[in-house]
Design a protein around this ligand. Structure first.
Ligand SMILES: [Zn+2]
Length: 163
């Protein structure tokens, strides 16, 4: 990625608290890609790496757009995701969320999910994700539906696990 001539201040970009409306209502489906969404995707990747997280949705920064980014080794930007298939087998793990720092909820998720979505160029993609990436995709899709990890159970303080 090239250097920007003007460093934009990203101080506006902040995680909003759990009670914020964008975290509690479904996000808006995008009908196309615009400069605001391109900037949003770049900024979400920036904030994700700043916090050392695995996934981050637009709704977590107070923006009601159906967009999330993830990085479980590969950077993936996802717009308007739709689940097309879920595996029958799952796993229960303690799962974290940047919206609830250092707190976790035990959640059972399928090991595999197949989704259709638009990539950052607004091209249609269909792809399967497995294990940690599948968990991350499902977690972020929950965010875009206004669902938080607290819907699955009580938060526990913790120092293990990740995200
Ligand atoms: Zn989250």
């Amino acid at each position: 990625m090239g250097k920007r001539k003007i460093k934009r201040a990203k101080s506006w970009l902040k995680l909003v608290p759990p009670e914020h409306p964008t975290l509690n209502y479904p996000a808006e489906i995008l009908t196309g890609i615009d400069d605001v969404t391109k900037t949003l995707i770049n900024d979400l990747f920036w904030l994700l790496s700043k916090h050392g997280g695995l996934g981050l949705s637009a709704t977590q920064v107070g923006c009601s757009r159906s967009v999330f980014v993830m990085n479980c080794g590969e950077r993936v930007a996802v717009i308007n995701p739709v689940i097309v298939q879920l595996s029958n087998f799952g796993k229960t793990l303690l799962e974290g969320c940047l919206t609830f720092p250092d707190q976790y909820v035990e959640i059972e998720r399928p090991n595999e999910v197949r989704i259709q979505y638009m990539n950052e160029k607004f091209r249609q993609v269909e792809r399967s994700f497995y294990d940690l990436e599948a968990r991350c995709v499902l977690h972020e899709i929950d965010h875009l539906n206004g669902k938080l990890i607290t819907a699955y159970g009580d938060l526990v303080e913790g120092c293990h696990e990740n995200r």
